[in-house]
Design a protein around this ligand. Structure first.
Ligand code: AMP
Ligand code: MN
Ligand code: MN
Ligand code: MN
Length: 339
């Protein structure tokens, strides 16, 4: 086994994990940056290993791949798939550790077929959301959402949220979700999404690793969370996002215990969408000390981890040097200010 110097082999000491982010969005779904811009930002932020996880699509991967190769960043192709489970929408990340080519090119690949299904589901869902919001007073809802999506193909709730803001029906995006688009609201349309277990099975059958996305965001009771994890595993799911963006430390520790009992791998990611928000690439809550195996020890990911170790070390070192010189400049200007 190769020594993993930038990533800890276990979470026994844990804390901040440098150089990696396995959950981010680009303009190929509801992110603000093009895949190329995103890769540049990742480099700036000292990330040498990143997964692009656009909603229901790998359309951004080819562009991201080109930029990542030029910058020396290790790109793990992935997508965040929409599903329905009981009464709620649940997301599952499909990682493609052996690359995206075999999945994208083979039209008989179950994961590729599932992505096609989800793509159609997303566009039909847009009609349903539009209809419902029109009844609430948003005229020409679909046209408005399309305009807010700025020519991109994949329309999602954030674009309807922007349309509601522009029409003056709410003050901001947050209020748009709270009143119209969030869980259980009129625009939270789940009926088009395939069943959770079917999606997990398709990911596994298609050669992906299934990672349950942000389990704490569904606000489930512990009993329902356990049920979700059990169904996930029964369908072939292997990993769970232990840290996604910022989360409560106590809940994270409790989640870690659930993963430990089930021998599920832990993944991490920022869920970055746009610059200027609370989350930048590489930002997520510190991992708790626990016996959960980090996803970078998954046998199918180890080759990618090994291949990206040298470049990640270089990128982290560059970032640290930059931070040091920035801190020194700050220090100097403070002194000038004092004088
Ligand atoms: P969709 O994939 O079209 O169902 O849209 C879901 C996306 O909406 C999530 O991935 C987030 O980017 C965004 N979102 C969900 N809830 C909120 C919220 N409360 N405020 C802002 N954005 C949200
Ligand atoms: Mn999103
Ligand atoms: Mn999600
Ligand atoms: Mn996401």
């Amino acid at each position: 086994m190769t020594a993993m110097t930038t990533l800890p082999a276990t979470l026994a000491m844990s804390g901040k994990i440098p150089g990696i982010d396995l959950h981010m969005h680009s303009k190929a779904s509801d992110g603000a940056l093009s895949p190329t811009e995103l890769m540049h930002l990742c480099l700036e932020r000292g990330l040498g290993r990143v997964a692009l996880t656009d909603h229901d699509t790998v359309n951004g991967v080819a562009e991201a791949r080109q930029a990542a190769d030029e910058l020396g960043i290790g790109l793990l192709p992935a997508a965040e798939l929409s599903t329905q489970w009981t009464n709620i929408g649940v997301h599952v990340v499909a990682m493609m550790p052996e690359g995206e080519q075999s999945i994208i090119q083979d039209e008989h690949n179950p994961l590729r077929q599932m992505l096609d299904t989800l793509w159609e589901a997303r566009s039909t869902r847009a009609y349903t959301i539009a209809e419902r919001l029109e009844r609430k007073g948003l005229t020409n809802a679909l046209e408005r959402a399309r305009a807010c999506a700025g020519g991109r193909l994949a329309i999602g709730r954030p674009h309807f949220a922007a349309a509601l803001v522009e029409a003056g029906m709410v003050d901001d995006i947050k209020m748009a979700f709270k009143r119209y688009l969030g869980a259980g609201k009129v625009g939270d349309v789940r009926l088009h999404w395939p069943e959770f277990s079917d999606v997990v099975r398709a990911i596994v059958a298609g050669g992906g690793i299934a990672v349950l996305a942000h389990p704490l965001r569904y606000e489930l009771t512990r009993r329902r969370l356990v049920l979700l994890l059990d169904e996930f595993m029964a369908a072939g799911g292997e990993a769970v996002e232990l840290c996604n963006g910022h989360q409560n430390d106590d809940s994270t520790r409790d989640l870690a215990r659930l993963l430990e009992e089930r021998q599920l791998y832990a993944s991490v990611g920022s869920d970055f969408h746009k610059p200027g928000g609370p989350l930048a690439p590489g930002t997520f809550s510190p991992l708790p000390r626990c016996r959960v195996a980090p996803i970078w020890t998954h046998p199918r990911l180890v080759p990618w981890i090994d291949a990206t170790e040298a470049s990640t070390q270089r990128i982290i070192t560059q970032r640290q040097a930059l931070e040091a010189s920035y801190a020194a400049n700050q220090h100097d200007s403070t002194k000038e200010g004092d004088a």
